[in-house]
Ligand binder design. Structure first.
Ligand code: GUN
Length: 289
């Protein structure tokens, strides 16, 4: 029988730990961690993600603020706001929710963020530190995935791990973290140009699916006893839910789960861990003051 990796439960345990830390900071008369979020436009998924991030901050006792810009905001105005936040000593960390409108260079925006305040861990300095194993801010989703694997004591050493997707914010960084000393997995990254993709996935002990293609991973691709981590969160309209949407993962859960040893659900798997990782990065930023 497979086991569910309950990200919601683990995230709630970590949130409790963070709340305790915040209480201690308050008692000691120290500064309360402060996270600012910039949201451009009104992309539905981004609205939900950001609302959840603000709620999380509230729950653990962090200070938080949302700064909104319209879809037509210029790159220049956004860069000026980033400069202001970089210089604001009250602000411990800030993030710019992605994706951004096509007329704005995401790379330019990310590079403008002070690496010391880069709570998302997207700045090239933090990515570089991660690559060579130095302490820095880790990208939230990969950080959350590694934490889930550790808390469930899933063996990674010498295991065949296949990461599906090579995005800068999930696939590529998680492949680096899993191959590092301490995790010691043998990692293969597959993507849209990979040949014999099914063949490669079917040899994996650990599958990390991060492509945003609903139910892409089917039971025939999964080895018996594999660990499956589903990062996909495609929003599908569903009038039966309160929000009017349903989140669909990259894994055909119903048919894949019976073949697995461990599997993450969507929602309630990786998503809550991404959110909690942002809180951890913000706490780390506040401690550096
Ligand atoms: N868009 C999707 N995931 C993320 C994330 O972790 N951080 C930001 N800033 N944007 C995202």
């Amino acid at each position: 029988m497979y086991k569910i990796i309950d990200g919601k439960k683990v995230a709630s345990e970590i949130k409790k730990e963070i709340s305790e830390e915040v209480k201690k900071l308050k008692i000691a008369g120290k500064k309360i961690p402060y996270l600012v979020t910039i949201l451009v436009g009104n992309n539905g998924s981004s609205e939900t993600y950001v609302a959840n991030k603000l709620k999380d901050c509230d729950e653990v006792g962090f200070r938080s603020k949302l700064i909104r810009f319209g879809n037509d905001v210029s790159e220049e105005v956004l860069l000026a706001k980033i400069k202001e936040l970089n210089e604001d000593t009250e602000v411990d960390g800030f993030i710019v929710q992605l994706p951004l409108p096509a007329h704005i260079s995401e790379n330019k925006i990310i590079e403008a963020i002070d690496p010391e305040k880069d709570a998302d861990g997207f700045h090239p300095v933090n990515i570089g530190k991660m690559v060579i194993g130095l302490e820095g801010y880790l990208p939230a989703t990969p950080y959350g995935i590694v934490e889930l694997i550790k808390r469930y004591r899933i063996e990674t050493s010498g295991k065949n791990c296949v990461v599906i997707g090579r995005s800068n914010i999930v696939g590529r960084p998680v492949s680096i973290l899993l191959s590092q000393k301490g995790m010691d997995a043998t990692v293969t990254v597959v993507h849209s140009r990979t040949k014999n993709i099914k063949d490669i996935i079917s040899k994996a002990d650990i599958i990390i699916a991060a492509i945003g293609s609903p139910s892409f991973i089917t039971a025939d691709m999964v080895k018996a006893g594999a660990v499956v981590i589903d990062v996909g969160t495609t929003r599908i309209e569903n009038p039966e839910t309160k929000s009017g949407y349903k989140l669909i993962g990259d894994v055909d859960f119903e048919n894949v789960a019976p073949k697995c040893s461990y599997i993450t659900p969507v929602p309630g798997g990786v998503g809550p861990m991404t959110r909690v990782s942002l809180l951890r990065n913000t706490l780390m930023a506040a401690r550096k003051d």
